[in-house]
Design a protein around this ligand. Structure first.
Ligand SMILES: C[S@@+](CC[C@H](N)C(=O)[O-])C[C@H]1O[C@@H](n2cnc3c(N)ncnc32)[C@H](O)[C@@H]1O
Length: 318
C-alpha cells in the first residue's frame, strides 16, 4: 500500500519507519505496565533463542481449531474477501505474518503494547503487505470501520478492561467485518485459587526469579508427563473438577497448577509458556456466558462459538 493510502486508515498522524510505527509504549495503569514489561521480557528472550518449527506449527493448528477452520486452505479461503486485517496483540508477529502470506491481496497490521511489536517488524520486514504498530489495542489509532477481519488471539484478558477493549475492537470493524477473539476460561477452584495467588505474588518476583519459577514448572510438567500414568477421577463438583480418565500431568495442569510441558518444544519455549501464565498481572478468566454477553452488548452477532478447557473463542460480526 502507498504511504498516502496507509495514512487514510489512521485517525491521527502515525509515522512509519519502514514497516514499523511507535504509537504508544506506556500505559497509565500499573497492572498494564507490569503486563507489558513481562511480555517484553518474554518475547525479547524467546526471539533471541532459536525456536522450533513445532512451536509455530502447534500455534497455527490451534488457531484453525479454535476458530472452526477445517484446514489452512479453509482459512485462506475465508481471508479471500478480507482486505484490511489486524492481529491485535500480535506478540512476535508470526500469526500476522501467516495471514499476510495467506492473503497477499490484503494489508495486514500487527499491534502489540510490548517491545514485541518492534521485534516482529524486524523479523518480518521482508513481507511487504505487513506493518506493525506498538500500541494499546484498547485505543488503536485507526479510523472506526477500518477492518474486515480482526484476530485477537490469547490477548484480550491481558488488557486493562477486557470488555472495553472488545467494544473498541468491535467499533473498528467494517459493516461486514468479523472479530475473532479468544478469552481464558475459568477453571477448577484449586487452579483458580493458585492462579490468583501467584498473579499477585509474582508482582514481587524479579524477571530472574520468574524464569527460575517457570523452569521449575516446566520440569514438574516434564516429570509428570514422563510418568505416562492415567487414572479415573470421580466428579468433584464442589471443586469444579470434572470426572473422567486423565493423564496425571493433565489432571494437575487443569485442576491445580499450570505446569506446561510439550516434549517437542525447546526448554525456552516451554519455560516461556509457563512464564506467560504467571507473570502478567492482567489475566482475567471468564465463563462462556460472560464472554458471550460482550458480543450482545457490543451489538455483534456470534457466528461461531467454541469452549474448551483453556479458553472460549468466538467469531462475531455486526
Ligand atoms: C499471550 S501473548 C499472545 C500473542 C499472540 N497473539 C500469539 O497468539 O502468539 C499476549 C500478547 O498481548 C499483548 N498485550 C497485552 N495487553 C495488550 C494491550 N493492551 N495492547 C496490545 N497488546 C497487548 C502482550 O504484549 C502479548 O504480546
Amino acid at each position: 500500500m502507498e504511504p498516502k493510502q496507509l495514512e487514510t486508515l489512521f485517525n491521527k498522524p502515525v509515522v512509519f519507519q519502514g514497516n514499523y510505527a511507535l504509537v504508544n509504549d506506556s500505559s497509565l495503569f500499573e497492572n498494564q505496565k507490569q503486563t507489558n514489561d513481562s511480555f517484553s521480557e518474554k518475547w525479547v528472550k524467546l526471539d533471541a533463542e532459536s525456536s522450533t518449527s513445532s512451536f509455530e506449527k502447534f500455534q497455527k493448528e490451534w488457531v484453525l481449531q479454535l476458530y472452526g477452520f477445517k484446514s489452512e486452505d479453509g482459512f485462506r479461503e475465508y481471508l479471500k474477501d478480507k482486505n484490511i486485517i489486524i492481529d491485535a496483540g500480535c506478540g512476535l508477529g508470526y500469526k500476522a505474518a501467516w495471514m499476510a502470506e495467506l492473503a497477499p491481496h490484503a494489508v495486514v497490521f500487527g499491534a502489540d503494547f510490548s517491545e514485541a511489536a518492534q521485534v516482529a517488524a524486524r523479523r518480518y520486514s521482508h513481507i511487504n503487505n505487513l506493518y506493525f504498530v506498538r500500541a494499546d489495542i484498547a485505543d488503536l489509532p485507526f479510523t472506526s470501520g477500518s477492518f474486515d477481519f480482526i484476530l485477537c488471539d490469547q490477548v484480550i484478558h491481558h488488557t486493562e478492561v477486557p470488555k472495553k477493549t472488545y467494544f473498541h475492537l468491535a467499533h473498528l470493524l467494517t459493516g461486514k467485518g468479523e472479530l475473532a477473539c479468544y478469552v481464558y476460561a475459568k477453571k477448577a477452584l484449586p487452579r483458580e485459587l493458585v492462579d490468583d495467588y501467584f498473579r499477585k505474588a509474582t508482582h514481587n518476583f524479579s524477571h530472574q526469579e520468574m524464569w527460575a519459577f517457570s523452569d521449575q514448572l516446566t520440569e514438574l510438567g516434564k516429570r509428570l508427563t514422563e510418568l505416562n500414568v492415567s487414572f479415573d477421577c470421580p466428579d468433584i463438583p464442589a471443586l469444579g473438577i470434572k470426572g473422567g480418565t486423565y493423564d496425571i500431568q493433565r489432571f494437575i495442569y487443569w485442576n491445580f497448577l499450570k505446569c506446561f510441558y510439550h516434549p517437542e518444544w525447546t526448554k525456552g519455549e516451554n519455560d516461556s509458556c509457563n512464564f506467560d501464565w504467571y507473570s502478567p498481572s492482567n489475566a482475567e478468566r471468564y465463563s462462556p456466558q460472560e464472554f458471550k454477553e460482550w458480543s450482545s452488548e457490543a451489538g455483534l452477532k456470534i457466528n461461531f462459538f467454541r469452549s474448551e478447557e483453556a479458553a472460549h473463542t468466538s467469531i462475531a460480526c455486526k
